[in-house]
Design a protein around this ligand. Sequence first.
Ligand SMILES: Cc1cc2nc3c(=O)[nH]c(=O)nc-3n(C[C@H](O)[C@H](O)[C@H](O)COP(=O)(O)O)c2cc1C
Length: 381
Amino acid sequence: VTQGRRVLGRTVGDVREQARKRIPNGLFEFIDRGSEDELAVANNLKAFDRVKLRPRVLVDVSERDTATTLFGHPVSMPLAIAPTGSAGLVWFEGQLAIARAAASAGVPFTLATRSLTSIEAIAESAGGDLWFQLYPSTPSARSLMQRAWKCGFEILVVTVDTPVSPLRHYNLENGFSLPFTPSVRALRDMLGHPRWLVGVLGRYLLRGGMPRFENLPGSPKVTRGAPTSEMLVGDFDWDDLQRLRERWPGRLVVKGMLHVRDAIRAVECGADGVIVSNHGGRNLDSSVSPLDVLRDIVEEIAGRATVLMDGGIRRGSDIVKVVALGASAGMVGRATLYGAAISGEDGAAHVLRILKEELSYTLAMTGSPTIADLGSEVLMP
Ligand SMILES: Cc1cc2nc3c(=O)[nH]c(=O)nc-3n(C[C@H](O)[C@H](O)[C@H](O)COP(=O)(O)O)c2cc1C
């Protein structure tokens, strides 16, 4: 696939390498890396390598269908876009770029609380199934929920896995913490990537200033002074979740759990779904991988709530593994960010196409013509 004169990578791994070259190094590290020793990021990927598929043969797979339903809505494949607050830094209006790609590809898009594009702008120009992610201790949480509901976001994704700010030292060193912290090193890094400087930062500046967290009223520019952890999850607890549940008229999904008992408790609080996730390995570095605990959680709450999983999905076969282990769908954070970083909406769409083609290929190889055919049958016990 060519974009202008450039050839877009054939795999998510290739697209990642292209993104590495395209955007400033500090920004690439911000989206790509983990916390502390980055064990969790590596382990999320290794967990997928450890799960092996056991194909059935002599099944007619000449026609395959990757479509399924998620929360009662048809989707083109069992995948949704996970919230990533910084998408607007890799591409001008990157949130919108990914949201549009998701709408065209027929998969839901989750808008992050700390997006650089507003809820209203996404609702107006993206289309498709829109979910809204909330850090529950955000001071304006109540009004954010009202705005999201009014704009047609049907699913509220409440992220609960960030009780304190994660330890990501390299961000401080390279100046690309979010909000952005100007430094000589960061400036040199940006000057070394003129296409990004002009095409992303330049366009924000032309439009009226540094990028902002558009959903947070009176939000500071994306500059020094990161919101404290207390503004993310802080002292929010199960009783608060219960109250939040009562206030939100749509479906509520709790994101960022790895413990069976927490998943059960979320369902008891009225959650319609849970996202088994360790925040892409960006928070607790010694965390288990979500894939490794997925089956236990599904066994406990399947039938009562929808189970989703994210962390480490880079291949269509990864989506097969997630579904075979019992989740209704996987979610991707970095994969579509890499795509958006190299070519905005086209790049994100390209990544979604790669994943769907690989998914279809793996369905064929495992003898599973449809998503409904994926079960423990194709897994090693
Ligand atoms: C750059 C970046 C920013 C993120 N921002 C948020 C966020 O604002 N809220 C949230 O709930 N999760 C956030 N996440 C976590 C993702 O929603 C998701 O859990 C994770 O990226 C999945 O792992 P993957 O990147 O390996 O697909 C972010 C992840 C990345 C990579």
